[in-house]
Each structure stands twice: as structure tokens, then as C-alpha cells.
Design a protein around this ligand. Structure first.
Ligand code: AMP
Length: 113
């Protein structure tokens, strides 16, 4: 499968991996938009939010538990952080393997652009 994040999971492309569980892996974004910018992905290939199935609820939930743990480890849990997932090109999705962006370490504006 020609998926960049599946290749990172397979160790075929290097990444700065900072978290691993049975269902999720997290690594630093190659083009960080904040002092902390981590991507949390499921081990299972799911292309977009639209492709999440009822049986994936534990997997998707585990992405948020990973985000919680990462935010604490990065020291941004109390100040605040954003955990956001883009769906399809119109929302800015460029890699079609779902990923939670965990952003923090600077003031974050709302709404996003
Ligand atoms: P999105 O635009 O929501 O699909 O987010 C994709 C993210 O993946 C972007 O923030 C990219 O900077 C990031 N990205 C692309 N290639 C890599 C890579 N090889 N390692 C880490 N992050 C990457």
C-alpha cells in the first residue's frame, strides 16, 4: 500500500517516534506549526474520518489517550493544546492515513483558518 504513514509504521521511512502502544504510534511532525507538533496515528490504516468503522472506536479512542499522555510529557497539558484531525482535501488533509495533530506550546487561535 502506498501510504506514507504505513511506511513509517513499517520502519521504511524514518520518523522521530515518541509514543507507541498496541494501537497507536506518535511522532513529531516534519514541518512543526507549534513548539509541540506531534502526529498520533493508528497502526491500522484508516484513510479518513469518513472511513472509520464502528469496530474502530477503541482504536480511535486510543489516539486521544495517546494525545493526553503526550501533552503531559511535553508539559502543555495544563496551559492547553489542540488535538485536531483534518478530513479530506477541503480541510487540509494531505496524508490519507488518519492522524491526530497534537499542537501546543504557543497561544492557539480559534477559529483556525
Ligand atoms: P494533514 O495535512 O492534516 O494531512 O497533515 C499531514 C502532516 O504530516 C503535515 O503536518 C506534514 O507536515 C506531516 N508530514 C508529512 N510527511 C511527514 C513525515 N515524513 N514525517 C512526519 N510528518 C510528516
Amino acid at each position: 500500500m502506498d501510504c506514507l504513514f504505513c511506511k513509517i509504521l513499517a520502519g521504511e521511512i524514518p520518523a522521530d517516534i515518541i509514543y507507541e502502544s498496541d494501537t497507536a504510534v506518535a511522532f513529531r511532525d516534519i514541518n512543526p506549526q507549534a513548539p509541540t507538533h506531534v502526529l498520533v496515528i493508528p497502526r491500522r490504516h484508516i484513510a479518513t474520518i469518513n472511513d472509520i468503522e464502528p469496530g474502530d472506536t477503541a482504536i480511535v479512542g486510543s489516539l486521544y489517550l495517546a494525545a493526553q499522555e503526550i501533552a503531559a510529557a511535553e508539559g502543555i497539558a495544563e496551559d492547553g493544546y489542540r488535538a485536531v484531525m483534518n478530513c479530506n482535501e477541503g480541510a487540509g488533509q494531505s496524508v490519507f492515513h488518519i492522524h491526530l495533530h497534537v499542537l501546543g506550546g504557543r497561544p492557539l487561535l480559534w477559529p483556525p483558518g
